[in-house]
Design a protein around this ligand. Structure first.
Ligand code: F6R
Length: 598
């Protein structure tokens, strides 16, 4: 997602900032910008697209001598990826960059507009720099820090912020809450970055700032006053993967963070707010058709259970490549929802065009703003998973399901099906589900050990019921994609209608056994398989005597918490089996991250 760099010192600032931003390219971005403040001059350059576009824009600019600089790669969440929306954001004499989401930016913006501030961008970030200049008007101590603190105390949400101002040309103000921010000291100055990679080669002493950190740095030794100064690992590839063996592993571990971004600013005690979708959008809709491919299709299937259960709206789920040529019947009262991580999947895009031709309202649930699918749809809800590098989708799936859950609660509220208490329960449940995706390192260790028993045999069945059936499909897909073992997802109640004929001790069955949904029913289904000598691995919070292996998860308060816990277990299981088999987890054979052919 977005990236941050900052520098205080005498070296050529432009070069350091651009080099730092290049180190953050792997995180994905759609625009970039830098500000350099030296000799009393504040110079800002921004460009849409690759860093080389930014390099071209500032090719003739030289920034020698003491000064400060900040740089940013933006991955659009509020507002399109345009130059105006790119960071740094500018007020009269100060500039700011920000990662994260300011949830209450609209309230702040309104107040500032009443005081005469004019905004250029559609972003949440721009309010920060205006608020700072507003508070500066009565900054008693006149060192800028009071005004900066007041600014930060007004913000709700997640942020890593760097701010520079012509009034204080020797310093960078910083604040951190929820989004990562690192500060380092080297021979040539003070450096900031949102992850390790840009700091390598410049410094080996860093501080990983804690939530709530707020302060400023100049070159006068504040760094030495910081606590917890650590040495920096100097291996760049390791730094990009943030210490994980594979991007897929890193992406599994960051799910709780990106899920927070997915709900932030959208879900609150007062209600659900879907930016860029007007309430009227859903008027007259009496049915939903969800269309997608692969993992996104599994998210769609999960969404069907949520939409029907929570919002009581009939929902169909179709595979895009099937839908296109099936001469589908489409009704104008049907909302056509497409789900896509990349936003470029050819079959999904063509299905979307068909629906538009039939005059259906269309909604995209997508991870990439400005992608073909987003541009083609009437409305969009971005999943905010950040760039996903591992070919096997993990965090994108998690955020897709979360968006569908948010949509279900929104529609349930709208249709007056959810009273205040039910709404409150749903919100609490979402927060608990997000927490449940935080990887329990001990559980991961257990899965590492367990994986060695599941490398052979003649196949896997992943079984579940209700919303755990699409999760079983997704578990099977993850395993086959990266381990190349045969795996199938099945509704557990269907096993006795055929597949049970395959059962023997070399058939591995992974059974999803949520305590809060149809537990007794699935228990009987698993007993039937155990009686025929299947090798059974259960995932659940209960001891199940007939299992060969049990993966015990924490007992959740409801089935959605169990859903998200089990999702992580399935992803880690696939990962560990594939690693043991020696496969390239991030780039499995025959697969592509974006499937732009039919
Ligand atoms: C599996 C996976 C694929 C994609 C599918 C659709 O891990 O990533 O199954 O889900 O190719 O891609 P998107 O979501 O980009 O439309």
């Amino acid at each position: 997602m977005c990236g941050i760099v900052g520098y205080i010192g005498k070296k050529e600032k432009k070069e350091i900032l651009l080099k730092g931003l290049k180190e953050l390219e792997y995180r994905g971005y759609d625009s970039a910008g830098i500000t350099v403040l030296s000799d009393g001059e504040l110079k800002t350059f921004k460009a849409v697209g690759r860093i080389c576009n930014l390099e071209n824009k500032c090719a003739d600019f030289i920034s020698e001598g003491f000064g400060v600089g900040i740089g940013h790669t933006r991955w659009a969440t509020h507002g399109k990826p345009t130059e105006v929306n790119a960071h740094p954001h500018i007020a009269d004499f100060s500039n700011v960059i920000h990662n994260g989401i300011i949830e209450n930016y609209q309230e702040i913006k309104k107040l500032l507009e009443q005081k005469g501030h004019q905004f250029l961008s559609q972003t949440d970030t721009e309010v920060i720099v205006h608020l700072f200049e507003e508070y500066l008007k009565d900054d008693a101590e006149n060192n800028g820090f009071e005004a900066f603190k007041k600014t930060i105390f007004c913000l709700k949400g997640a942020y890593a912020i760097l701010l520079v101002s012509k009034k204080y040309p020797d310093r960078i103000f910083y604040a951190k809450n929820g989004s990562p921010l690192i500060v380092g000291k080297g021979q040539t100055g003070i450096f900031f970055a949102s992850s390790d990679a840009p700091l390598i080669g410049y410094t080996d002493k860093v501080v990983y700032l804690e939530d709530g950190a707020i302060g400023y740095m100049d070159d006068n030794g504040q760094f030495d006053l910081l606590k917890n100064i650590k040495s920096l690992e100097q291996n760049r590839a390791f730094a990009q993967k943030e210490g994980f063996r594979y991007f897929m592993e890193k992406e599994i571990y960051e799910q709780h963070k990106v899920l927070l971004e997915t709900v932030m600013g959208r879900v609150s005690e007062e209600g659900i707010y879907l930016e860029s979708i007007e309430d009227r959008f859903f008027e007259g809709i009496d049915e939903i058709t969800i269309c997608a491919c692969g993992t996104s299709y599994h998210a769609g299937m999960s969404g069907k259970y949520l939409l029907e259960r929570i919002a009581k709206i009939k929902t169909n789920v179709v595979i895009a490549s099937e839908f296109r040529y099936s001469e589908p019947i489409m009704r104008e009262k049907e909302l056509f929802v497409v789900i896509s991580q990349s936003g470029e999947t050819a079959d999904t895009l063509e299905a979307l065009k068909l629906a538009k031709k039939a005059h259906l309202k269309t909604l995209a649930i997508c991870n990439v703003d400005n992608s073909s699918i987003v541009r083609e749809s009437d409305a969009v809800i971005l999943t905010r998973a950040g760039i996903e590098k591992g070919v096997a989708s993990t965090k994108a799936f998690a955020t897709q399901v979360m968006v569908l859950w948010i949509l279900s609660v929104y529609m349930g509220r709208h249709k007056k099906i959810l009273d205040n208490q039910c709404f409150k329960n749903q919100v609490e449940s979402m927060i608990a589900a997000i927490r449940a995706t935080e990887v329990d390192v001990k559980l991961h260790e257990r899965l590492k050990r367990l994986s060695k028993r599941y490398l052979h045999g003649h196949g896997f069945f992943f079984i579940g019921r209700d919303i755990f059936y699409p999760l079983a499909l997704e578990g099977a897909l993850k395993l086959k994609e990266i381990s190349y073992l045969h795996a199938e997802g099945y509704p557990s109640g269907e096993m006795k209608h055929g597949p049970i004929a395959l059962v023997d001790s070399l058939l591995f069955t992974v059974a999803l056994m949520p305590r809060h949904l149809l537990y007794e029913k699935i228990k009987s289904n698993v007993e039937e398989l155990a009686a025929r000598d299947a090798t059974i691995c259960t995932i659940g919070s209960e001891i199940f005597e007939s299992a060969d292996d049990m993966i015990i998860i924490k007992e959740g308060a409801d089935y959605m918490e169990e859903f998200f816990s089990m999702m992580v277990v399935l992803q880690l299981l696939a990962l560990e089996v594939a690693i043991r088999l020696g496969n390239d987890v991030d780039m499995p054979r025959n697969l592509a991250k974006s499937v732009t052919v039919e």
